[in-house]
Each structure stands twice: as C-alpha cells, then as structure tokens.
Design a protein around this ligand. Structure first.
Ligand SMILES: [Zn+2]
Length: 134
C-alpha cells in the first residue's frame, strides 16, 4: 500500500524557504533573541534564548495570512515548547501555561488587515480574516 507524503514536508511546495528564513531572522532579531511567551505560573518572560531552540511562530494561521504570510509582524519568537503550545501540538494540560503578549497579537492582526486593504485597493479578491487572530 502506498503511503501519503510525510507530515513534515506537507507545506514544502507553498512555503518559500528563502522568504521564510528571512522572516525568521527579522522576527528573532526584533524580539531580542528570546522567546516572547509569558509564563503564567511565574509571571515572567520565558528564559529560553539559545538560537537552536528559537522558532518563528505565526500568530495567525499561515493559510489565513494572505499576502502578509512572510511579514515579520504576523509572527513572534517562541521556543520549541511554546510554539507547540501555541499551535496546540503540546498536551492540552499545558495550553494555559503561557500568554502571548497582546500587543504582538494586535500587531499581527493589523498587519493582515493592512494586506487585505491593499489587495482591495488594487481591485484584487480578498478573503477577510474573521474575528480575533488566535
Ligand atoms: Zn518559551
């Protein structure tokens, strides 16, 4: 029996590696080379700073970002664990253990809405983002 494409390469075709890499660099630099998650239990920012553990995490699902998908404003720096929590890959018991700064969420939403407005102004089709980002 033939098996499907492995999950980890599912997005390979529609994700531009060069643009994604550039976005990651800009996001991590902007966030001061540190995970931005606030730890609810201790009321402090996550201490993870090792570059190997830092990831560029979209605050709005990539397929909903439209033209802003590679814009640094739609993403934040998160460590591996906190990225897994954001994307609901981590165990459910951990989901409420972090808070993403609201200004980052607002920035991501404003960025996508600005990209939508630009498409509209250009007379191009737009599928509007519904409700809050996450
Ligand atoms: Zn973290």
């Amino acid at each position: 029996m033939k098996r499907g494409v492995p999950l980890k390469s599912r997005n390979v075709k529609r994700r531009d590696p060069a643009l994604a890499s550039l976005q990651r660099e800009k996001v991590i630099e902007r966030d001061g080379f540190r995970c931005v998650a606030q730890l609810v239990s201790r009321g402090v920012r996550c201490p993870v700073t090792h570059p190997r553990d830092l990831q560029c995490a979209h605050l709005i699902r990539r397929h909903l970002c439209g033209d802003a998908i590679y814009d640094p404003n739609v993403a934040v720096t998160l460590c591996r664990l906190h990225h897994d929590i954001l994307d609901r890959r981590a165990p459910i018991a951990l989901w409420d253990s972090i808070v993403i700064p609201s200004e980052a969420i607002d920035r991501a939403e404003a960025c996508v809405r600005a990209a939508e407005a630009k498409r509209e102004a250009d007379g191009r089709a737009v599928v509007h983002l519904k409700g809050k980002a996450i």
